[in-house]
Design a protein around this ligand. Structure first.
Ligand code: SF4
Ligand code: SF4
Length: 249
């Protein structure tokens, strides 16, 4: 498959998209007065919740934790909470922080996850952006080496930051994850508490924080599988997070 692409500056990707941030970008976002959303998903060491071929990528960006008698892996995403236009989008659809915009903003419309191929049909970019411009993908391979470098940096930051994100979550009382494929747990932390916890852990060498995670699942059938694997489960909604189900209605 060959794909050409040229951004037409429509600004659609800067509306209603929570932008995943590296830890350094999260600190910047918080310092600028922005809201961060924390999205959490996990899987069990027996592989429940994860296709085999995705395991290496998922493990490398996750922290190994305990849940009951089971070992689990938890991936934590800090993202800019963008409902409506991003706080940095100006009236001319230009980014006010263009020179220091997050990595993911530079990478869009490409995917970070190597298991998700680019699907132009689900991207915000209008048809004309795909109709001309330089080659983006030739023979299924990304040809823009600068873009490839940004994607690799983003993946590496995911791996480098995960232990610190886990420590931040522990200090904020974020300890309930969803099962990968079943949903996400989503937290909107108070940003003054969040900013002070980020500063508290910045630059520290972190031990594994050891506190346990529990799984919020969408139904009794999945709960039974997670419990059978020895992990802890909750099904009641909590006041400090929302459960975003990925289960087909
Ligand atoms: S930071 Fe800039 S590029 Fe990124 S979503 Fe906001 S306005 Fe768009
Ligand atoms: S949606 Fe696509 S074309 Fe529009 S500004 Fe974003 S990257 Fe450019």
């Amino acid at each position: 498959m060959n794909t050409t692409f040229s951004c037409v500056g429509c600004g659609k990707c800067c509306n209603d998209h929570h932008v995943p941030l590296t830890l350094a970008e999260t600190r910047m976002w918080a310092a600028d007065g922005g809201q961060v959303i924390v999205l959490v998903e996990g899987f069990l060491s027996n592989g429940l919740g994860l296709p085999v071929q995705q395991r290496e990528h998922a493990e490398r960006r996750s922290v190994m934790v305990r849940s009951g008698a089971s070992q689990a892996y938890v991936a934590i995403t800090f993202a800019a909470y963008n409902v409506g236009p991003c706080r940095n989008l100006d009236e001319d659809n230009l980014c006010r922080i263009y020179e220091r915009r997050p990595l993911v903003c530079r990478i869009y419309p490409m995917e970070i996850n190597p298991h998700i191929p680019l699907n132009t049909a689900v991207k915000e970019c209008p048809p004309e952006s795909w109709e001309k411009g330089p080659d983006l993908i030739v023979g299924g391979e990304l040809v823009d080496q600068e873009l490839e470098g940004l994607i690799q940096r983003s993946r590496q930051a995911d791996r480098d930051d995960i232990q610190t994100k886990d420590a931040i979550c522990a200090l904020l009382g974020i300890r309930t994850t969803a099962l990968k494929g079943d949903g996400f747990t989503a937290y909107l932390p108070d940003m003054s508490a969040f900013a002070s916890v980020i500063e508290q852990v910045a630059g520290q060498t972190l031990e594994e924080c050891g506190s346990e995670w529990v799984f919020h699942v969408s139904g009794d059938d999945i709960a039974r599988q997670v419990l059978d694997a020895g992990a802890q489960v909750v099904t009641d909604a909590s006041s400090n997070y929302a459960f975003i189900s990925l289960r087909a209605a």
